[in-house]
Design a protein around this ligand. Structure first.
Ligand SMILES: [Zn+2]
Length: 245
């Protein structure tokens, strides 16, 4: 997969989602805007996945990062009371591993849920939200059969146990739109200016255009619990899941 760049920052997390520590140089530092690094593994948020938290270590001090702003550059937002590394400083970046790993499992779990509900019930995703180890997907689904909640949960956990590989790769816009699964993910309508599409593929189950970070196989998601199925009006069902482990 090609190098991913946003403004002056090379985005390491899109090439290696297991990376948790790396060295980088500060290329911009501003009390209002925050910090820009030449290389960063902080996922900035997007596609329903919240931004990473972590620290920059430099000169014997630490700068805690609590948010990321996507502008022309990726601005890492430090806690207000923390020191700001000057331009040129070499820092050690480190992600909060518990949060990122939980978000990767949750994000992959929601793709798995989307694949299962489409395969078994023909329903499309219309909305989503996620926190570490919990999330929800909305589906356009008119009627649900008796035992729907239990059967979705059983099918999801069968796919977890199947240990399907999850991979990310890039396709041209034309190649991506030739995949029927891409067209069915109604929430992933891509702006016409995007020429290269990043694909997240759960082998044999689900293919989506996606910019997030994912675990390497469905087994790494862990057990999926369907907490609730809500009827939100005609043709609108909301499925809430949690990852209890
Ligand atoms: Zn996604």
């Amino acid at each position: 997969m090609g190098e991913a760049v946003h403004g002056r920052t090379t985005r390491l997390e899109l090439v290696d989602s297991t990376l948790r520590e790396w060295d980088a140089a500060v290329v911009a530092s501003d009390p209002e805007e925050g910090i820009v690094l030449d290389r960063s593994a902080f996922y900035p948020g997007g596609g329903g996945q919240p931004p990473d938290h972590g620290v920059l270590l430099w000169g014997g001090v630490q700068t805690r990062i609590a948010d990321v702003r996507r502008r022309d550059d990726l601005w890492l937002v430090p806690l207000e009371e923390d020191p700001l590394p000057p331009v040129g400083t070499v820092v050690r970046g480190a992600l909060e591993d518990d949060r990122r790993t939980a978000l990767m499992r949750t994000h992959s779990g929601l793709h798995l849920l989307s694949g299962v509900v489409f395969r078994d019930f023909g329903a499309l995703v219309t909305g989503s939200n996620m926190d570490p180890l919990s999330g929800r997907l909305d589906f356009n689904l008119d009627e649900v059969p008796a035992g729907f909640k239990e059967s979705v949960e059983a099918a999801c956990n069968a796919e977890v146990s199947a240990d399907r590989a999850i991979s990310a790769y890039e396709l041209s816009r034309a190649e991506a739109f030739a995949i029927p699964d891409i067209i069915r993910t109604a929430t992933n309508l891509l702006p016409p200016t995007i020429e290269v599409v990043r694909i997240v593929d759960i082998n044999g189950l689900d293919v989506q255009a996606d910019g997030g970070t994912h675990v390497a196989s469905t087994l790494q998601i862990g057990r999926i619990q369907v907490v609730k199925v809500e009827n939100k009006g005609k043709g609108f069902r909301r499925i809430r899941v949690s990852l209890p482990d």
